[in-house]
Write a protein that binds this ligand. Structure first.
Ligand SMILES: [Cu+2]
Length: 374
């Protein structure tokens, strides 16, 4: 409702401004009936160009001052630093070129404005100038692209060296499930066609595959610090994207295929909570939440920082809420945690030997129609 009111007000203001310009035009008709711009008009427009230049510089500086605090804290993965550095250098070059070219553009617009008696100089071309403004961008862009490709190849070099931890990230509308390879660190075969909700085999693991028995399925991702993790992503339904912003990692999850991403976490959750940027962010968020609590609004409990895995593809109605907590901890803490988790054999395959208490009505027909779809 507020949005609608704001929109209505904006439209009314726009109409008012439009009407006022028309009034000014009528007022000017009496003194100057010519449609051709005179020296005064040109000077006025030249000053407006300067005003616009100040506006764009001002809004840039304001945005940096006001919003840079919402950016991510320093990268928590090994490759993240390299990625951030590439981005920083690209931005510095862009800002440098943008600042200079905009200043020149607006200054020349003002300096060479139309004036009575002033004539434009006819200047056909200049090979040397054209060469310079072609070759400089070519060299800079080629450098950035080559560096980017090199960084990309490094990040995307997914191999089994250094004994990586193998973890599956399984996406479905609208939640994540993680699966560890267990003792053998090998994931058992799985396919959405083998999903058996009655037995809670929600990831469709192949019960006949011996590698599947010790797999561990969890709803909270734990990673030991300093150990490489190879992620295998699957999706049950639509395109999702596994996005772990603090680790500068993102990979699409595509139904019918397995995609991969690999990184080494270098900062534990406990360490990241001490990071000055994170401490500030938590403080700001909790100040806001305290206000909410005073107003009796929901979601106003104090917040504590945690790494997250979120979905970065608009995959449906509750996409915004598709997330999973990630905990990076020491190897000892991780080992203790993983030991306390139940394996696939202990949970789902046990259900196999139990006789069902009853045969629910309609189960048979449902199975038939499922087969017919195949
Ligand atoms: Cu999603």
């Amino acid at each position: 409702m507020t949005t609608l009111l704001v929109l209505v007000v904006l439209v009314l203001v726009a109409i008012a401004i439009w009407q006022m310009t028309k009034m000014f035009e009528f007022a000017q008709l009496k003194t100057n009936t010519s449609e051709i711009a005179n020296d005064n008009d040109n000077k006025y427009n030249g000053y407006l160009l300067f005003a616009f230049l100040i506006f764009i510089y001002g809004i840039t500086i304001f945005s940096f001052w006001k919003y840079s605090k919402v950016l991510l804290p320093e990268a928590a993965s090994e490759h993240g630093g390299e990625y951030d550095y590439l981005m920083l250098v690209s931005f510095i070059i862009i800002f440098f070129v943008q600042t200079i070219t905009q200043a020149l553009l607006h200054y020349f617009g003002y300096k060479y404005r139309g004036e009575k008696g002033k004539k434009a100089l006819f200047y056909a071309d200049n090979d040397r100038l054209e060469f310079i403004w072609t070759i400089i961008p070519v060299i800079v862009l080629a450098g950035l692209i080559l560096w980017g490709l090199y960084t990309w190849t490094n990040i995307m070099d997914i191999n089994e060296e250094d004994d990586p931890l193998i973890v599956e990230l399984y996406a479905q509308q609208f939640n994540w499930t993680a699966r560890y390879g267990g003792e053998d660190n090998v994931l058992g075969a799985a396919n959405v066609r083998m999903i058996d909700i009655d037995k809670a085999n929600v990831l469709g693991l192949d019960e006949s595959d011996s590698y599947a028995a010790d797999d561990i399925i969890v709803k909270e991702l734990h990673l030991p610090v300093g150990r490489k993790v190879n992620f295998k992503m699957r999706s049950q339904d639509v395109l999702h994207s596994a996005y772990m912003p603090h680790f500068r990692a993102q990979m699409n999850c595509v139904p019918g295929m397995t995609t991969e991403f690999s990184f080494t976490p270098i900062t534990t959750t406990a360490q990241m909570r001490q990071n000055p940027d994170v401490v500030e962010k938590v403080k700001r968020t909790n100040a806001l939440r305290a206000e909410w609590a005073a107003e009796g609004r929901p979601n106003s409990d104090p917040w504590e920082f945690d790494y997250v895995l979120i979905c970065n593809k608009i995959c449906g109605q509750s996409h915004y809420n598709m997330q999973m907590k990630i905990i990076v901890e020491t190897e000892e803490e991780y080992n203790e945690w993983i030991k306390s988790q139940k394996t696939f054999a202990e949970t789902v395959m046990v259900a196999d030997v139990q006789e069902p208490d009853f045969n629910p009505v309609g189960a048979e027909t449902a199975e038939l129609s499922y087969k017919a779809q195949d």
